[in-house]
Design a protein around this ligand. Sequence first.
Ligand SMILES: [Ca+2]
Ligand SMILES: [Ca+2]
Ligand SMILES: [Ca+2]
Ligand SMILES: [Ca+2]
Length: 451
Amino acid sequence: MRKKIYMFFIIVAMIFFNGCDKFSLPEEMIQKPNMDNKIAVAEKVIRDLPINYELIIPKNIEEGSAINFADLTGDGKEELIAVYKNKDKLNEYGIIILKELLGTWDQLYIIDGVAVEIDAIMLKDINNDGKHEIILKWLEEDEKIRVEVYGEKNNKMFLRFEKKCDDVEIIDLDNDNIDDIVLLNITEDGQIKASLYNIADSEGQLTNDIIIPSDGSVRSFTANSGKATEVINGIFVDVQIGIYSGYTELLIKKDGMLKKVFSKDVEDFGITQSMTITNDADIDKDGIREINILYKEEPLEIEIDENLMISSNNENPTIQKWYNWDGASGIIPKVDVFYDQTNGFRFYLPKEWNNNYVMEVNESKKIKYMFIYQRDEYPIRKVELARLIVIDDSYLDDFNRNASEAGRVFVDIGQNNGKTFKFYNNKNDSRVKKELKVDDEKIKVNFEIFR
Ligand SMILES: [Ca+2]
Ligand SMILES: [Ca+2]
Ligand SMILES: [Ca+2]
Ligand SMILES: [Ca+2]
């Protein structure tokens, strides 16, 4: 009975998918359902599955799902690749491959595997020979990942590569249309080892490996691959150092070898070191990944003479500074972000203010002020560029009355969760440098409210 309901859902998902791409609930069940007979064959897969087997969705569904289609044999027609589990036996999984021949779908091959779970299935033509490979990431009991790459030959699948690791990245690092496989492992002495393998026409030969230094006690890291510049792909590894801090290493392929860009050794992690561990990301969604370094202004207490001290009750907040790799050994500023998780917003500081501003925050229950000052002469003379304000809605009437009495014009940004966001743009102040004056619209669009 359960199987019938399950089958119904899968088929409904496929039908919906063909007619309406907004129906999203079971989308993870089937990858790329765009062929009429996929419905019939999905039905057949479920029908033919022995009673003790069930289809499963890999943990990471970004690359592949329970039922997938890809041309494994290079004949221009897609095979069906389904992932299932033996319900009666712990940790027993299988991948069944069906091939269409004269209108009927027959079993081509079965891949068996034992693991805690299937982390991911990927279908990718990694060696650019017109045949998609099956890449499986099995999660093992020791929390390591077992990577397996299967390729087709004479209608059979062959295991071309098998290795255990903590993480794997598969990306074409040198733009030769052949994917490069990089395994990342935490070594016994607490460093991270990155190993580049060539599986283009062999069974996976090690090209070279390098150590990404840490303080010798690294327990975890994250790795992401993507564009490091417009034309160079790379692997970004965010490494923890000590309890709080960290740095981002960039791995690239140069002269056929895996190379690291930033760190020198355990004494010198390089220019991407940050006071708190950060994750790289494509923060501005332009397709190129950025490195994140957290920055906090030194507390201000300037002694003007022995009797006069300038100090402030305000705090200098932590700013996320995002950088791009410059293609050599440096980084170039991309965007500064003030991130306020409590109030649910992010403010991208306008480019004009880069390296030219200092931010201060003053917060009470009713209201939060974020003063953005011109860096010149700060803190002796504090000239505001702009002021962002988060007002609790219970205090909004009072705020508006006070503002109107003071004759100050605040621009509305929006509202969220009982808070109102406004800003004041000080561009008309003659003390503000011309190149630091920005339009209201710019401040407004750089303010992102999470809903
Ligand atoms: Ca095929
Ligand atoms: Ca291939
Ligand atoms: Ca390559
Ligand atoms: Ca970017």
